[in-house]
Design a protein around this ligand. Structure first.
Ligand code: SF4
Ligand code: SF4
Length: 98
């Protein structure tokens, strides 16, 4: 989802877009992992919720089925996991040597 498309749905004071602070994936100590059995759009196969997309400060969550997160840019802040209403997102430790 591009920054322009995002603007059609939200009117935030701060309009972030992917990669605004560079490839922040390098900073990450933990990564978000989505459980498809708990994620509303993935479970129902219908576009809905996408709260994680709305709150991600780096604009790296794709409003798609399945929901996708661009790990090149995800900084591992955990906001998506905090905001997910169904607790479908778990932050797991990043394995640097994996
Ligand atoms: S906020 Fe949670 S339930 Fe909603 S789309 Fe994101 S992962 Fe799925
Ligand atoms: S942890 Fe979640 S909210 Fe934070 S940058 Fe990654 S996808 Fe976005």
């Amino acid at each position: 989802m591009s920054g322009t498309e995002k603007d059609r749905f939200i009117h935030a004071h701060s309009k972030v877009c992917k990669g605004e602070a560079g490839k922040t994936g390098d900073w990450r100590s933990s990564r978000p992992q989505i459980d498809p059995s708990k994620c509303t759009p993935m479970k129902n196969q219908r576009p809905s919720c996408f709260i994680c997309w709305l709150y991600c400060p780096d604009g790296v969550v794709k409003r798609s089925i399945p929901v996708e997160i661009d790990l090149d840019y995800c900084k591992g802040c955990g906001i998506c996991a905090e905001e997910c209403p169904t607790k479908a997102i778990t932050m797991v430790e990043e394995k640097k040597d994996a």
